[in-house]
Each structure stands twice: as structure tokens, then as C-alpha cells.
Design a protein around this ligand. Structure first.
Ligand code: TYD
Length: 399
């Protein structure tokens, strides 16, 4: 295949087999027409990006029935509050600032600017989540961001001081276009700030479930530097984050305009040390994925033999990769509980495990819960003190 960023010829290092759309929770009547594609990842030795071989049409993923609402996690709400505060303190020095967020979802980040009376705009392609944002006073337009949309925003509003994105940039296949569009929208010293699941954490934890249809890229600092160089940006700061099981916040600005922090130098040096610039690292990662698969399959089969009550906790997007790659169905996991109403009383994509309410988790009193929302482990372990104290166990596919 050709690299999406630099057109270099690149090879697949890992195939996960046939996959459905990660967030396409469905009713039994729709099993027949379920959409599948080959989920495989490749590494570009030239621009150092890790990317999907094929990504389904974005319109199949981000639409008026998008099942992902950011505000389901209290911890994430707090994270975004702090994120907004940090942007305010560091980059929005005067009151007349203008902030634009790409993929603003239900407004979880922008509401913090809205509350402070800071001019803001969310650009969100999924109409249902955008509607929730607007109802909460977050100025939002339904669109996929590109150069045309950027020019329209400049015309209708003005140039922005900051463009923000959280768990969005890694969804976008044409990042060359995003670079161009960001340059159009930003002021000369404006900053492009985004955070996404971090490749270093994924390799280290073997959290291959970060790989699914929406995540067309899993970034490292090295790759982000190369991707945005084409539109004149350079990294000026890097801040590791605990969210989504290990993320990185990237701060970019037009080349030479702002000072580069020590953290950029240090993190890039570390990435070279741990081999995020080398194909061998990803060949090893593949072996570790296979070991993880064997381990969780054996664990669940054993629990079944012992007659244990096994359920899943959190019907995450990530769980779609685990379930379909490891061929785990309702014979091994009776149901998955999830707090998102739109997922409840449906079935998981591909393997068709029933998704039930959180109340059902409490009522059923399972002995084992596969923690698919492992990125919220701390929050969940506090919430489920009673389950743990009465002998319940959380398990996961992680090493
Ligand atoms: P998320 O962490 O965003 O993962 P992904 O990006 O892989 O979808 O989603 C968390 C999911 O887990 C979401 O569907 C809500 C659910 N959830 C619960 O059911 N209970 C909880 O206590 C938490 C924190 C999440």
C-alpha cells in the first residue's frame, strides 16, 4: 500500500482479520447486512507513521447515530476541564481569543470555554452529538474540517488563536489537508493542540485494541513531526497524558515562531531509543498480540469450564477489535454492561454479545468481569468496590 502521508510504498505488519465498524452496535434484524472490512496495520519507514491499511468510508463511522458520547466518563469530564484551563493559561493570553475544536463531540471540552465567555466553535461531523453540544450552549457546526471549511470560518468569524482536537486527529485519513486547513485558520502565532492514544503506550502495553476503524493512525511524536512539517508546523511541546490508556498531547506552531520545549527533545530521543522508528519493533508487537490472544482465549475457556459467571464491563470501541480478533462471543462472555443508552439492548459488532444496562451488571452479580474499559480502571475500581470486595474479579487482555 501507499503511505497516506508521504506516498512511500509500505508493508502491513499485522492483520486482525475481518472486522465490523467498532461502534456499530446492532439489533438482531441487522445481523444479515453487517459490514466487515480487513483490519490491518502498516508502518511507514520514511515518515514513521503507523496506519490502517484500509479505513471504511468515514460516513459509515461518523453519522447522525454515532454511538460515542464523551460525557459518559466523569474522569474524562475532569480531564477536559483541566485541559481547557491549561490552554487558557498558556495560549489564550487575552480576552478576545477565539478557539476552534475539531470533532467537538457533545461539547465536553468547549463547554469550559463557553462557560468563561470565550469565543469558540466546534466543528463536528456527527449531527446527533453536535445537537447535544448546541443544547448545552456550545457553538457547533456540523461538518468535516478541511481547507474550505477553514476559509469559511475565517470569513464568518476570524483567524483562531488555537485549534484543539482530542481523540480526533488520529481518526482523519487526509492529515495533509488538515495541516493546510489549520494553517489557513490559525493566526500566525496560533497553536494546533491535539491529544490522541500514544504509540509508545500501545507498544509497551500491547494494547492492540487501540487499533480499530476510527483510528486510522496511532501517533508518535516522530510521526506527528513529519506529518505536519509539510504545512510548515513544528512540535513545540509534548505532554504525556494518562487518558485512553496512555495518550500524548502535541502542541504545534508554524516553524520558528515559538520556543521548543525540552520535553520535545527528550521524548523524541526516547522514541528513538525504544525503536518507534524501526520496523522490528512492530514485528515484535505482532508476536505480542498473538500471545495476548492465546492468553485471553485460554483464560475464558477455562472460566467457562469452571462454570463461572463471566460478563464484560464497558462496550468500548476497543472491545470490538479484541472480541473479533480473538473470536470471543456470547458463549464465553454472557453480556457486556455499558452506561451508554444508545448501545444498550443491542449486540456488539461482529461477535454479537448482548449489551445490557449497568443495572443488569449489579443485578446479575457476575464472578468475573472482562474490563474492556480498562482505560478507566481507576475510576471503575473505586465505583465497583462492592463487586471486588465480594470476590468479583476484573480481568483483561493486557499483559
Ligand atoms: P472509552 O473509554 O471512550 O473507550 P473507546 O474509545 O474504546 O470506546 O469508552 C468507555 C465505554 O465504557 C463507554 O461506552 C461507556 C462505558 N463505561 C461504562 O459502562 N461504565 C463506566 O464506569 C465507564 C467509565 C465507562
Amino acid at each position: 500500500m501507499k503511505c497516506r502521508i508521504c506516498s512511500n510504498q509500505i508493508d502491513i505488519f499485522m492483520s486482525f482479520g475481518k472486522m465490523p465498524i467498532a461502534n456499530a452496535f446492532l439489533k438482531e434484524a441487522d445481523f444479515q447486512d453487517e459490514y466487515f472490512f480487513d483490519l490491518a496495520t502498516a508502518f511507514c519507514e520514511k515518515c514513521l507513521t503507523v496506519q490502517l491499511e484500509t479505513q471504511p468510508d468515514p460516513k459509515l463511522m461518523f453519522h447522525e447515530n454515532y454511538a460515542f458520547f464523551s460525557k459518559t466518563s466523569k474522569h474524562m469530564q475532569l480531564h477536559f476541564e483541566k485541559f481547557a484551563e491549561w490552554v487558557n493559561t498558556n495560549y489564550l493570553k487575552n480576552k478576545d481569543s477565539f478557539v476552534v475544536e475539531l470533532g467537538s463531540n457533545d461539547g465536553i471540552l468547549l463547554e469550559n470555554f463557553s462557560k468563561k465567555g470565550i469565543e469558540h466553535l466546534g466543528v463536528e461531523p456527527s449531527a446527533n452529538v453536535a445537537k447535544v453540544a448546541k443544547e448545552n450552549g456550545v457553538n457547533t457546526e456540523v461538518a468535516f474540517f478541511d481547507s474550505e471549511v477553514a476559509s469559511n470560518i475565517v470569513e464568518k468569524y476570524r483567524n483562531a488563536d488555537a485549534i484543539l482536537a482530542a481523540n480526533v486527529m488520529c481518526h482523519i485519513p487526509d492529515l495533509n489537508e488538515i495541516g493546510k486547513a489549520s494553517k489557513i485558520l490559525l493566526k500566525e502565532d496560533g497553536v494546533l493542540i491535539f491529544e490522541d492514544p500514544y504509540l509508545g503506550d500501545m507498544v509497551n502495553k500491547v494494547s492492540y485494541d487501540q487499533i480499530y476503524d476510527e483510528h486510522v493512525f496511532i501517533f508518535s511524536a516522530l510521526s506527528v513531526q513529519n506529518i505536519f512539517a509539510a504545512s510548515g508546523f513544528e512540535l513545540i511541546d509534548l505532554l504525556p497524558q494518562e487518558t485512553h490508556g496512555g495518550s500524548m498531547r502535541y502542541v504545534l506552531c508554524q516553524r520558528g515562531v515559538r520556543k521548543i520545549s525540552e520535553s520535545v527533545i527528550n521524548i523524541i530521543a526516547n522514541e528513538k531509543k525504544i525503536g518507534l522508528n524501526s520496523k522490528t519493533t512492530f514485528d515484535e508487537f505482532k508476536i505480542n498480540c498473538e500471545l495476548s490472544k492465546e492468553r485471553i482465549q485460554a483464560m475464558l475457556k477455562e472460566l467457562k469450564k469452571e462454570g463461572k459467571k463471566v460478563v464484560g464491563y464497558g462496550a468500548t470501541s476497543k472491545s470490538t477489535t479484541i472480541l473479533n480478533y480473538c473470536k470471543i462471543g456470547p458463549d464465553l462472555i454472557e453480556f457486556i454492561s455499558d452506561t451508554t443508552p444508545i448501545k444498550q439492548n443491542k449486540f456488539t459488532p461482529g461477535m454479537h454479545i448482548p449489551v445490557k444496562t449497568y443495572e443488569e451488571f449489579i443485578r446479575y452479580k457476575p464472578e468475573i468481569a472482562v474490563l474492556f474499559a480498562w482505560n478507566h480502571k481507576k475510576e471503575i475500581e473505586i465505583k465497583e468496590k462492592e463487586f471486588i470486595e465480594s470476590g468479583g474479579k476484573f480481568i483483561s487482555h493486557l499483559f
